[in-house]
Design a protein around this ligand. Structure first.
Ligand code: IPE
Ligand code: IPE
Ligand code: MG
Length: 244
């Protein structure tokens, strides 16, 4: 990057949509209420990203660890995801959004898998925003799965140990068709990744806001993009300000 030049728009923005439960608690409402509001915030974010010309939006909707929540909350989240995609698919298709599920499909219910497959099939030729929904997603699970596949390939003699490179590993991740996230936004104030995009986040810029996910609107999204644009990304190099 040349001296003083700012970043353009991020190509890939990833969001850890956190704080639904606290949002509801503050209103003396059950956590479910916050999740429902969270869907509204998600719709706003998808529309905004699409209008801004962001190429890829990845949202963390359910982690491999979220199964440990009380059973009624897990069930609610599964049903909400199912219902939301049934309701929204047509509009997303019309808006040119291409939907992809990233996560472990093997433990999802047939009902959920059915809507996902339909959503992916129906939108596969769309050329607008790519929307990756991380659902039953865990970074460690994703990397473990890639390691298992590589071990199988070596055992079968299809590749040698030397063929295992970062680029090769990349091809075995759920996100292999999309560039790494330039910007990761986390709402709800926690400064951690919670098993999100562990490999892909190597050089992502982080932006954490105390705003709880159901309150996250276009203005908050715009602020995150502005903060990103003012950052200097160095990728291990010496600062551009010190060069020349
Ligand atoms: C994020 O909000 C949504 C999911 C993890 C599904 P939370 O449910 O984690 O809300 P808080 O963090 O308890 O407020
Ligand atoms: C991360 O939020 C997962 C999602 C937003 C889907 P959590 O609420 O599960 O994360 P922790 O438990 O606070 O780290
Ligand atoms: Mg949380």
């Amino acid at each position: 990057m040349s001296k003083g030049r700012k970043n353009g728009l991020p190509k890939h923005v990833a969001i850890i949509m956190d704080g639904n439960g606290r949002w509801a608690n503050r209103r003396a409402m059950p956590r479910f209420f916050g999740h429902r509001q969270g869907v509204k915030a998600l719709k706003t974010a998808v529309r905004y990203a699409s209008n801004q010309g962001i190429a890829v939006l990845t949202v963390y909707a359910f982690s491999t660890e979220n199964w440990t929540r009380p059973q009624d909350e897990v069930k609610f989240l599964m049903d909400l995801m199912h219902k939301t995609f049934v309701q929204e698919i047509e509009e997303l298709r019309r808006e040119g959004v291409r939907i992809q599920l990233i996560g472990d499909r093997s433990t999802l219910s047939p009902d959920i898998l059915k809507v996902w497959n339909q959503a992916e099939e129906l939108t596969k030729d769309n050329t607008g925003l790519v929307l990756n929904v991380a659902f039953n997603y865990g970074g460690r699970q994703e990397i473990t799965k890639a390691a298992q596949r590589l071990a199988e390939q070596v055992a079968r003699g299809e590749i040698t140990v030397e063929d295992i490179t970062p680029e090769k590993i990349d091809t075995l991740l759920y996100t292999h068709k999309t560039p790494d996230p330039d910007l990761i936004i986390r709402t709800g104030g926690e400064m951690r990744l919670s098993n999100f995009l562990l490999w892909q986040a190597a050089y992502s810029e982080f932006y954490v806001t105390d705003v709880l996910w159901p309150d996250f609107g276009e203005g908050d999204f715009a602020q995150a993009l502005q903060a990103y644009q003012a950052r200097e990304r160095r990728f291990g190099q010496v600062s551009a300000k010190e060069q020349s």
